[in-house]
Design a protein around this ligand. Structure first.
Ligand SMILES: NC(=O)c1ccc[n+]([C@@H]2O[C@H](COP(=O)([O-])OP(=O)(O)OC[C@H]3O[C@@H](n4cnc5c(N)ncnc54)[C@H](OP(=O)(O)O)[C@@H]3O)[C@@H](O)[C@H]2O)c1
Length: 277
């Protein structure tokens, strides 16, 4: 590498919902990126700290998207250990993908701030893409979404907006030491969101509110990892209790434009036929 070649930006979760989009944006700008995941080269695995060194070697900045979820117990300590490791290895610029109203996520944020890094925090609402790139695809295709959640409003946030904000944070001045709370522009219940998707897909898709016990049993019957069931129950009992039922201006502040509305997301995504049988 000669003196004029920019160092790569390491994108943890670089094949996931936000990381993949961020990688596309940085690559389109001609900036070198390194994908940090188990399929990356070099391989990065949160559970194998020996893989962290080769991944951070020679990079200018890291986008930190923790897996499986920054809300799980112990996530804060792992993110803290990684942040300190990166700083000790000469990578000071760290952008953390965080979650709203989550005790563990807010602990991780405090640890990042204390790590000595030049930090930026993106504290995000529920991603719209959970409906198209996550666990809700299968029930949507089956025509019925059953969740233990009532009429609480969630300001669903598009992963494209998160990637745009992360791109700005990593390529423009003025974002060091900033915590951006990011939401979509409108509160929708899960029933509202499913109805919008049904309308966009031209299909009859039902939303059913079930109890937490019914939900736990349904997750168990799907042969999913037990921690996945724990995590979803935590999100549906703790985080969706009304604490996040508010809009923020984070996307507008960073990008100078409004966030994408859920109906636009639903229409754009339906065109890919992901929700069509
Ligand atoms: N989804 C939401 O609504 C939401 C809202 C707020 C905050 N968040 C936060 O966003 C983060 C990402 O969540 P997401 O739902 O968007 O997931 P995601 O990024 O779609 O997750 C998949 C990514 O994680 C990588 N990965 C899986 N296991 C790994 C491991 N052991 N080590 C390293 N990389 C691994 C995958 O690549 P490989 O398979 O190649 O390893 C892939 O790049 C979480 O910390 C979550 O708390 C999510």
């Amino acid at each position: 590498m000669n003196a004029t070649t920019p160092k790569p930006i390491l994108i943890l979760g670089g094949t996931g919902k936000t990381g993949r989009r961020l990688a596309e944006r940085l690559t389109a700008r001609g900036l070198p990126v390194r994908i940090g995941s188990r399929s990356g080269s070099p391989r990065f695995d949160w559970e194998v700290p020996a893989t962290w060194g080769p991944a951070v070697q020679g990079v200018s900045a890291v986008y930190i998207s923790y897996y499986p979820d920054i809300a799980v117990p112990g996530a804060a300590e792992v993110v803290d250990a990684f942040a300190r490791f990166a700083v000790a290895n000469g990578v000071a610029r760290l952008v953390l993908l965080s979650g709203r109203g989550e005790t563990e996520a807010q602990r991780a944020e405090e640890m990042l701030k204390a790590s000595g890094a030049e930090w930026t925090i993106l504290r995000c609402a529920w991603f719209s893409q959970n409906f198209s790139e996550g666990f809700l695809v299968e029930p949507l295709l089956a025509g019925e979404v059953a969740l233990p959640v009532g009429p609480v409003g969630e300001p669903f946030l598009d992963a494209d907006d998160i990637a745009d904000v992360a791109e700005a944070a990593l390529t423009q001045p003025g974002h060091i030491g900033q915590l951006y709370e990011l939401t979509g522009p409108r509160l929708l219940s899960f029933a509202d969101a499913v109805a919008e998707i049904g309308k966009a897909a031209g299909r009859d898709i039902r939303f059913v509110r079930i109890s937490h016990d019914e939900f736990t049993a349904a997750v168990a019957s799907h042969d999913l990892p037990p921690e996945f069931g724990w995590l979803l129950n935590e999100l549906f009992t703790q985080v969706l209790d009304g604490r996040n039922e508010s809009l923020t201006d984070g996307v507008q502040r960073v990008l100078g434009r409004a966030p994408k509305d859920f109906s636009t997301y639903a229409t754009e995504t339906a065109a890919s036929r992901i929700w069509s049988n």
